[in-house]
Write a protein of this length. Sequence first.
Length: 220
Amino acid sequence: MDDLLIRLGRLDSCAVSDALDKLGLTGAVAGIHRVSTDRRISGRVVTVKLVKDEPGDGRPVSVRHLGTTAIEAAQAGDVIVVEQRTGIDAAGWGGTLSLGASLRGVAGVIIDGPARDVDESRQHDFPVFSRSHTSRTARGRLVEAATNLPVTVGDITVAPGDYVVADGSAVVFVTANEIARVLDAAETIAAREKAMAESLRAGTPISQVMGKSYETMLKK
């Protein structure tokens, strides 16, 4: 694992989000929740775009199940990110995909849309983050339009090879060309917050700990 991934793995979504704010960048997405484990995940992104299945629209019929190309393309530690913004109540991910991804060493999956087989994914100890959950299959409802092309999650455009961290607070993406300086800023913020916690435990009043220096911490 390279140094950037190691550093990202030590940070939570809030520190990275704060770093984006400090640098005037975007990347935080709210409303996507972890549904199968309590683990934080981070890694490089492999993308999948799903669209409504509309027979006769001229697209060739896929001979591969959605998500399988991404799983086979992923390296150990990657995070699969699925765009399922059709509005259709149908899962962009399921239990067998979780098992296959887990065996491949994928760190987790993030779906901007519903997932299914949540209990099964929990049995596989595979982290699934999704906008919602459902029992409804994608068969006859959704098809895969692309793998490893840019997708949209929330209001963020996510490209293959970008970075992501996801935990109980949010999902936060960082573009590949900005990751080094975002990590630098996030590590500084995390260190300052650790020092604040130590001051609180040492008896410093919280009004002093969270005073002017805290309020101005993200100013450029």
